[in-house]
Design a protein around this ligand. Structure first.
Ligand code: 5MM
Length: 350
């Protein structure tokens, strides 16, 4: 492990208040998103969509890194240029999702355990040779009647820590993503309790495996009430709950926290990230940024709908969301910035 290199890569990912574009949807997730919009679910359509993302002009102004999926890291633009080369030339650091998905956990109904440790060192070596500089592994924890169980939390944390060790050995920065899902009718308080327990267990396991915390990023959920919860929560309330939960369990040695969006609307994800940075940035030991998938891509995908004629407008929508979230990392996001994109009817960049 080259500690200096790992720390330099983490610093580059966090520099200038930029964040990460999660474009690592597996084939089935990407197809699900396409199906919802009537886009054909073929390898070529997924390639064309990912080409749109990686060729978005000036994306590097707000995006420092992009998380790819195995299929995507091997794909090329229509002129034959590898996507990974396009990203590197644009100054965007390429990374790769290396877990093999959350699978039903035997004997634990309703719970999932992420798989992918088998053969991981060889896959990491291949990705690193291809140019990836960081990796990501996601654990999925659902809140429900009697779940998540302690066994599920611990098994997922152990897998995350083992993945983390393999990554550092391979010289890749690691992103640790334990996601407590938004699905359900639980309260904000319940989400805070479970997230605290999950993160505490994850860091215990990372310590046990001697993981270099300075060479990692944490990718957690924000503290949110369940999607079916009827209790309204304010942007400031969510910011306060999220920051106080993270302060209890995330060590100071971790350089940055890059949130997932988890199904929030694009605007709310930006507003909540903004509130955290606006109110607490000066007192926090780590940077708070974004590693959104849906909250960055959804508006662009809805505009594109599989039509080349919509590509430029879709790219502007992606760039706009990236810029909004960079503003949120500085605590500067507001309604004027949010509306900025729609004033660009002449196609000019501001
Ligand atoms: C939670 O999902 C991650 C962040 O995306 P959102 O901001 O949309 O929540 C994301 O990186 C996720 O891990 C990938 O999209 C891969 O998910 P699948 O289900 O395709 O493995």
């Amino acid at each position: 492990m080259n500690k200096v290199e790992l720390i330099q890569t983490v610093r580059a990912l966090l520099a200038d208040n930029k964040g990460l574009l999660a474009m690592d949807e597996s084939i089935s997730t990407c197809n699900k998103r396409f199906a919802a919009l009537g886009i054909p679910q073929t390898e070529e359509m997924r390639r064309r969509y990912r080409e749109l993302l990686v060729t978005t002009p000036y994306l590097n102004e707000s995006i420092s890194g992009a998380i790819l999926f195995d299929e995507t890291i091997r794909q090329q633009k229509s002129d034959g240029t590898q996507f990974i080369e396009i990203l590197i030339n644009a100054g965007i650091i390429p990374g790769i999702k290396v877990d093999m998905g959350a699978k039903p956990m035997v004997e634990f109904p309703g719970e999932k355990l992420t798989e992918g440790l088998d053969g991981l060192p060889a896959r990491l070596a291949e990705y690193s040779k291809m140019g990836a500089r960081f990796a990501k592994w996601r654990a999925v924890l659902a809140i429900g009647e009697g779940i998540p169980s302690k066994e599920c939390i611990k098994a997922n944390a152990q897998a995350l820590a083992r993945y983390a060790q393999f990554c550092q050995e391979a010289g890749l920065v690691l992103i640790v993503e334990p996601e407590v899902m938004m699905t359900g009718n639980h309260s904000l308080k319940k989400c805070a309790e479970i997230t605290e327990e999950v993160l505490q267990t994850v860091f215990e396991q990372l310590y046990k495996q001697h993981v270099l915390l300075e060479g990692m990023l944490l990718k957690p959920n924000m503290i949110l009430p369940g999607l079916n919860s009827k209790i309204p929560e304010t942007v400031d309330g969510i910011a306060e709950a999220t920051v106080s939960c993270l302060l209890k369990v995330v060590p100071k040695a971790v350089p940055g926290i890059a949130f997932l969006s988890g199904g929030q609307s694009a605007e709310l994800a930006s507003a909540r990230l903004n509130a955290m940075n606006k109110q607490y940035k000066a007192e926090l030991p780590w940077a708070l940024t974004f590693s959104f998938g849906r909250a960055l891509q959804e508006p662009a995908l809805e505009i594109w709908r599989g039509e080349d004629a919509n590509t430029v407008k879709a790219q502007r929508a992606l760039k706009h969301r990236a810029d909004c979230n960079r503003a949120a990392c500085m605590g500067n996001y507001n309604s004027k910035i949010e509306q900025g994109f729609w004033q660009e009817e002449d196609g000019n960049r501001r």
